[in-house]
Every structure is written in structure tokens, then in C-alpha cells.
Design a protein around this ligand. Structure first.
Ligand SMILES: [Zn+2]
Length: 356
């Protein structure tokens, strides 16, 4: 009798557990499908920027090539250090990233303007909007004279912050103010940033681009080369300048020079940088034919896959900062080696012979 009662009780208890588990499962499934529904809606009505809630610091290095249309804007975080290289063509778009990256009321340790073209400097004006309360410690640019009114506005803001906020305004032609071409910035999580003096008499603003080599906290895990819009003239000069030896040009990730233009890449450049990945920043609708067919052919020929912001959205690279931690490269959407609606063969001098 007792045995039967125990058996009956156990059967009842198992049934109760089973029903509870089923209920939980159906709730989980519901939550899961609701989340998916939400993300499907999210995809349909894509907001201009993603909220980056995970940029919390530590030894991890985070690099975000922001989807800023036709232009460049890169945000780098390591420990408590923050670096911005270029701000894209539009203050409103860059401002939305400042919001989503929680950069209002914060300190940006280093801002680098690669060169004086609007698609790189214009958005940077947003950093100095009073209501944002952003403190910039160092601002680097080559200080070349340029007539643009909007660049004048940016420079006025920089000068006024030198007085009010102890901003240090450095000339990339002498980036550490010590006569040496390589200036090394240590980030608080252990990453390093080498700021490299540009070609002194480069032809046009593009060939006056400041190159930056980023080295992760574990240098064997991650390195990156970003050289603004440097064209053939400056790209070949990087080697002449000795940058292939110091600080070394071999990297894991290469930012495509000049938005994937054919004048921003050569086989020699790819041999020197030997990247595993190329990332390009550009707008889907651009008048320049970026990415050029020839550039993609070079990347393909070197067996280097690419992501591009116009097709992939913001591209995020993470390296955990531990020995052998490697790195990950993650687009917001889409696969590798994509084509864009403006891509075409370029007929410009210096590229024509490279048409396949
Ligand atoms: Zn550009």
C-alpha cells in the first residue's frame, strides 16, 4: 500500500515537473520569436546607428569602422583610452555615433584627422559642440593651409579648446614634437598607436594622409594599418620612409586607402602589409565608382577578403588583449567580398593598365 502511494506521489511529481518545463519552454519560445520579430522589424526600419553598449573598457581592444556614408570615421577603445580617427562627412551622422557610443561627457584622448578633405574632417566639428561636454586631450593633423570654411570652423574650435581646456594641438609632420617621424601613443589597456608623419610634399591632400599603425595589447594577436586616402605616390613612399621597418607595415587588418579606390592600393602595398582582411569605408551611392574593380581585383589576387561599410554596416574588430587571444571581425550585416551599386572600373591614370 505504502509502495503504491510512493509510486503515485512520484508519478504526480514528475508530471508536475514536466508540465512546468513545458510551460517554461513555450514561454522561452514565445520570447525567442518575439525577439526575432522585433529584430525583423528592426531590420526593416533600420535606425541610423547601433547602440554600442558593450564598449566597457578593460584590456580588450575594440575598433569600429563606422558606417558613415562616403567618408572615414574610426573609433578605437582600449582600457579607458579612446581614440577617433576622422569623423566622416556629416555632423549629424557622426553626432548619432557619439550618442550611441556614450561619448557625451567623456574624454577622447586622441583625435587624428588623416587629411584635409571634408569626408574626413566635417563630422569632427560635432566633437566640440558645447552641449556634448566632450574633452579632447590631443588633436593631430598636418595643419596644411586649406580655404574651406568648415575646416576653418573645426580649427577655430580646436584653438579655443587649447585656451579653455588645455587641448594639445599636434602637427602630424612632427607628431611628437621631437623631430621624429614616428610618435607612439600608449593606450591604457596596453594597445599602442603609432602616428606616422606623412609625405612632406605629397601631391594633394590625399598624399598628405597621416598613416596610423595600431597594435593590440597582445601584438601577436592584432595589428592594423590605416592610412587615410593615401594614393600611389604616398603608398610607395611609406616604404622609402622606412615605415616597413619601423614601426613595420605587416598587419592583420588593412583599412583600404581612399575608400577602395584603385589609386589606394598596389600589389607591393599588399605584399608589405600582408593583411588577412581589408576593410573599406564608403557610401553605397558615390560619384567616384568606389570600390573600383581594379582594387577588388588586387585584393582578390592577394587572397584577402574584404568587408565594406556601405554593404556591411559598421565593422567591429575585437581583440581580447590576452596572449594568443587573436581577434574577431564582425560586420553588422552581410557576407564578405560584396559588390556595391557604384562599383566600376576606373579609367584614371595609374589605374588603366591595371584593368583586367
Ligand atoms: Zn576620403
Amino acid at each position: 500500500m505504502l509502495k503504491r502511494a510512493v509510486f503515485f506521489f512520484l508519478a504526480l511529481a514528475s508530471l508536475a515537473v514536466l508540465i512546468g518545463w513545458q510551460l517554461q519552454r513555450s514561454q522561452r519560445t514565445k520570447r525567442f520569436s518575439q525577439t526575432h520579430e522585433r529584430s525583423a522589424r528592426h531590420r526593416l526600419a533600420k535606425p541610423p546607428v547601433t547602440t554600442f553598449v558593450t564598449d566597457s573598457g578593460g584590456r580588450e581592444l575594440i575598433v569600429r569602422l563606422l558606417d558613415i556614408e562616403q567618408g572615414d570615421a574610426t573609433y578605437i577603445r582600449n582600457g579607458s583610452s579612446r581614440v577617433i580617427i576622422d569623423g566622416g562627412p556629416d555632423t549629424a551622422a557622426f553626432g548619432r555615433y557619439l550618442d550611441s557610443l556614450n561619448l557625451n561627457n567623456s574624454t577622447i584622448d586622441v583625435v587624428i584627422l588623416s587629411h584635409q578633405h571634408l569626408d574626413h574632417y566635417s563630422g569632427l566639428r560635432e566633437l566640440f559642440k558645447t552641449a556634448r561636454h566632450i574633452h579632447v586631450r590631443y588633436f593631430f593633423e598636418n595643419k596644411d593651409p586649406a580655404p574651406a570654411v568648415t575646416l576653418g570652423e573645426l580649427r577655430d574650435s580646436i584653438l579655443s579648446r587649447m585656451d579653455r581646456d588645455s587641448l594639445i594641438y599636434r602637427d602630424t609632420d612632427d607628431p611628437c614634437s621631437n623631430g621624429r617621424p614616428v610618435c607612439t601613443i600608449a593606450m591604457s589597456g596596453g594597445a599602442k598607436l603609432h602616428i606616422l608623419a606623412p609625405l612632406a610634399n605629397g601631391d594633394g591632400p590625399n598624399n598628405r594622409s597621416t598613416a596610423v599603425k595600431l597594435i593590440g595589447p597582445d601584438s601577436t594577436s592584432f595589428t592594423m594599418w590605416l592610412a587615410g586616402d593615401a594614393e600611389h605616390e604616398e603608398i610607395s613612399w611609406f616604404e622609402t620612409a622606412g615605415y616597413a621597418r619601423n614601426p613595420g607595415m605587416r598587419v592583420n587588418v588593412l583599412k583600404a586607402d581612399h575608400h577602395g579606390s584603385c589609386n589606394g592600393v598596389t600589389p607591393r602595398y599588399l605584399a608589405l602589409t600582408a593583411p588577412q582582411w581589408v576593410v573599406a569605408s564608403l557610401g553605397a551611392r558615390n560619384d567616384y565608382g568606389h570600390m573600383h574593380t581594379q582594387a577588388k581585383d588586387f585584393y582578390r589576387g592577394a587572397l584577402v577578403p574584404w568587408y565594406r561599410t556601405d554593404q556591411n554596416g559598421t565593422i567591429t574588430i575585437r581583440s581580447p588583449g590576452i596572449v594568443g587571444g587573436g581577434f574577431t571581425i564582425t560586420p553588422e550585416r552581410g557576407g564578405t567580398d560584396l559588390d556595391g551599386p557604384s562599383d566600376r572600373v576606373s579609367r584614371q591614370p595609374g589605374c588603366v593598365t591595371e584593368v583586367r
